[in-house]
Ligand binder design. Structure first.
Ligand SMILES: Nc1nc2c(ncn2[C@@H]2O[C@H](COP(=O)(O)OP(=O)(O)OP(=O)(O)O)[C@@H](O)[C@H]2O)c(=O)[nH]1
Ligand SMILES: [Mg+2]
Length: 225
């Protein structure tokens, strides 16, 4: 028997997504729930990163996961195996989540006993960046095999997020991927961004990533938006 719900989320009826997003952030602030929106292209390693993040932080935080996909429940199944609270969201063909859809997911998950939620957004390097989900912070992954030119071709997501994980760094010797060029391209778009090279496969970089999460969760619970 499945240990998680699959929720078919409805397209939002709200016209002003930014307003909905701000309202959701205020609610999350009141309930001391830190919501991290994790975005990237399909296959760059979101679920693998979620699984390793759970492994590192599960003993110190109550974690919940929202898995958003157009179809299937393989990602929620992988998370459910760890015993972590998870819900699978189906977007009905949409390639992003907006604030109202995210709120429907959070209601389905139930956040009373959760203090850190990761929303694995739909795999897409463009659409998800166009909608504020109401998240406390936004993170993205660029993986080495995708190429170092992606910040030049798809600048929006890189310019909006708080942190960039450069994943599959274990595979860098097999690709023409100029790490320093990526860093400088991204910093030009977003001077305050934090960049961490990681491998969700080997765990490289996850101490720094976990430290960033701990710090942001603490800030979220102690400071004003
Ligand atoms: N070598 C290497 N492979 C990785 C790493 N992280 C993920 N992978 C592999 O990349 C593939 C895709 O990883 P996922 O975690 O499913 O990627 P995703 O972003 O969740 O994919 P979607 O949900 O389909 O968008 C899998 O075969 C992973 O094992 C890594 O750090 N190094
Ligand atoms: Mg995934």
């Amino acid at each position: 028997m499945d240990t998680f719900k699959v929720l078919e989320i409805k397209e939002s009826v709200f016209e002003d997504n930014d307003q909905q997003a701000n309202l959701l952030r205020e609610e999350l602030k009141k309930t001391k729930t830190f919501l991290l929106n994790l975005m990237s292209s399909p296959g760059s390693g979101k679920t693998t990163t979620v699984l390793r993040t759970i492994e590192v932080l599960k003993d110190e935080m109550k974690i919940g996961i929202l898995e958003a996909d157009i179809d299937s429940d393989v990602d929620a199944q992988a998370v459910a195996k760890t015993g972590t609270k998870v819900i699978q969201l189906h977007t009905g063909g949409m390639c992003h989540l907006d604030a109202d859809m995210t709120k429907q997911g959070l209601l389905g998950l139930g956040t009373e006993d959760v203090d850190f939620v990761i929303l694995e957004n739909v795999g897409n390097l463009v659409c998800p960046a166009e909608f504020d989900t109401g998240a406390s912070k936004n993170a993205m992954i660029l993986s080495v095999p995708e190429g170092d030119d992606k910040p030049l071709k798809y600048p929006l997501m890189f310019s909006l997020v708080d942190i960039l994980l450069i994943n599959k760094i274990d595979a860098i010797d097999y690709f023409d991927f100029d790490l320093e060029a990526v860093k400088s391209r991204v910093k030009k778009l977003n001077p305050n961004i934090k960049i961490i090279p990681v491998s969700a496969k080997t765990g490289e970089g996850f101490t720094e990533w976990a430290d960033w999460i701990r710090r942001e969760v603490k800030n979220w619970n102690e400071n004003e938006i």
